[in-house]
Design a binder for this molecule. Structure first.
Ligand code: AMP
Length: 420
């Protein structure tokens, strides 16, 4: 399979699918350009080789053409980062895009308008009445699926080679992330640097695992992480479950949890997960004590109690010192570490100590040679808050895509290129 390093783009036109879905303020200023920066190495390499790039992306969730979600808003910043005057096509398909793509010379770049202005990109019908019959819905779905192939073929026709560097949407089987690859032979489709790095990092954790392997799953709810937890139980030596889900487990085993966050319909599941861990010989580590608060606020009164003895009117918002010690001990002795989700309400400075301790321990283990992968929106925000982003092995940019890979699913955007 071709890679960014092995492929010489000289004289070639590359269609590069990126994820420029960046947040914009009300004046269309980019408030966080991380995603644009992440794709720059791939784009630069192609231009440097003497190739040209046709850049495709989505922005937001438009229901049709919508100037607020035009990629024109990012054009000047992209030009600045790339060091090239990037051209713009007002429509991602049609005569203008076709002519501009055809006229591109080596070293030139063209940004296409938001791919999701077309329903064909996602392959989901639009504009159906709320009370549309199943028959009407099925017909509309069939139609959009058929035109989706044409749309992908059209995009493919602009280029000699297809590069996917959009990890954020690699778990979607969309026209420009997956279907388009069918129109290029094996030697002319490849992963961009970002996507390649993400795949390597996740596979290092999930497949070439050095042991002991510890996963730390935090966040607010167990329900959103069930599939991941189940898949991890087949892979890890230690599974630290923390954050809001702590209290669902504490209650499931007869604890009093006061006003802490809880999912009452998941108590049985919590007991099952504990049994599954036992059966598989996984060391399941739960918090034993909590930093409790008398309201959900940074300025609340606080105290420390065992997780199973939280008084009414109080809620657990962080782990306590005993849990901190247990967690960090496990982490420091690990060779592979995966962290997804804070262990407390880290957004409040008075309740970020547990997450900070976890982050510190991961950094220490990494210094001693462990491989650490941090991913999923909130844990990335955590390592950024603590200034640790450069001290862990890899910080993933992907939310849903990363979680699906950890769940053990094959991502359509990955399969479209390498076949598995
Ligand atoms: P998730 O999106 O499920 O990964 O949840 C992340 C959120 O969980 C963060 O915003 C944390 O503030 C929150 N969280 C962590 N621990 C707790 C807790 N003990 N109680 C309430 N929310 C929590």
């Amino acid at each position: 399979m071709q890679t960014m390093d092995s492929f010489n783009f000289a004289g070639k036109k590359a269609f590069v699918r990126v994820d420029f879905n960046v947040p914009l303020d009300e004046n269309f200023n980019i408030t966080d350009d991380t995603r644009i920066r992440a794709a720059i190495p791939t784009l630069k390499k192609i231009l440097k080789d003497g190739g040209s790039v046709i850049i495709g992306s989505h922005l937001g969730r438009p229901k049709g053409t919508n100037d607020k979600l035009s990629l024109r808003h990012i054009l000047s910043h992209l030009s600045e980062l790339l060091g090239v005057d990037v051209q713009f096509a007002n429509d991602c398909i049609g005569e203008e895009a076709e002519a501009k793509a055809a006229a591109l010379r080596p070293g030139e770049a063209l940004l296409l308008e938001n791919l999701r202005f077309y329903a064909e990109e996602e392959g989901k019908p639009r504009g159906l009445a709320d009370d549309a019959s199943e028959e009407v819905i099925a017909k509309a779905k069939k139609e959009v699926k058929e035109s989706q192939k044409e749309f992908a073929k059209k995009l493919a026709s602009y280029a000699d080679v297809y590069v996917n560097d959009a990890f954020g949407t690699a778990h979607r089987a969309h026209a420009s992330t997956a279907l388009i690859a069918d129109y290029f032979d094996e030697g002319h489709k490849l992963f961009g640097h970002l996507l390649q790095n993400e795949i390597v990092a996740v596979e290092k954790v999930m497949k070439d695992t050095e042991r002991p392997f510890t996963a730390i799953m935090g966040g607010s709810k167990v329900s959103s992480k069930i599939e991941i937890i189940k898949n991890l139980l087949d892979k890890v030596d230690n599974l630290i479950l923390a954050g809001g889900m702590t209290y669902t487990f504490a209650k499931a085993f007869g604890g009093s949890i006061g006003d802490s966050i809880v999912e009452n319909d998941k108590l049985e599941l919590a007991r099952e997960l504990v049994e599954m861990a036992k059966a598989k010989g996984v060391n399941l580590v739960l918090a034993t004590d909590a930093k409790i608060a008398d309201s959900f606020s940074n300025d609340a009164r606080t105290n420390f109690t065992p997780v199973k003895e939280i008084p009414d009117g109080w809620e657990g918002l962080d782990i306590g010192p005993e849990s901190e010690k247990i967690f960090t001990e496990v982490i420091k002795n690990s060779k592979t570490i995966l962290w997804n989700g804070p262990v407390g309400v880290f957004e409040f400075d008075n309740f970020d100590k547990g997450s900070r301790a976890v982050s510190d321990a991961i950094v220490e283990a990494t210094r001693k040679g462990a491989f650490s992968l941090v991913g999923g929106g909130d844990s990335v925000a955590c390592v950024n808050k603590f200034g640790h982003a450069d001290e862990v092995s890899y910080v993933s940019t992907g939310g849903g895509a990363l979680l699906e890979m950890i769940e053990g699913k094959v991502l359509p955007g990955v399969k479209a290129i390498r076949g598995y």
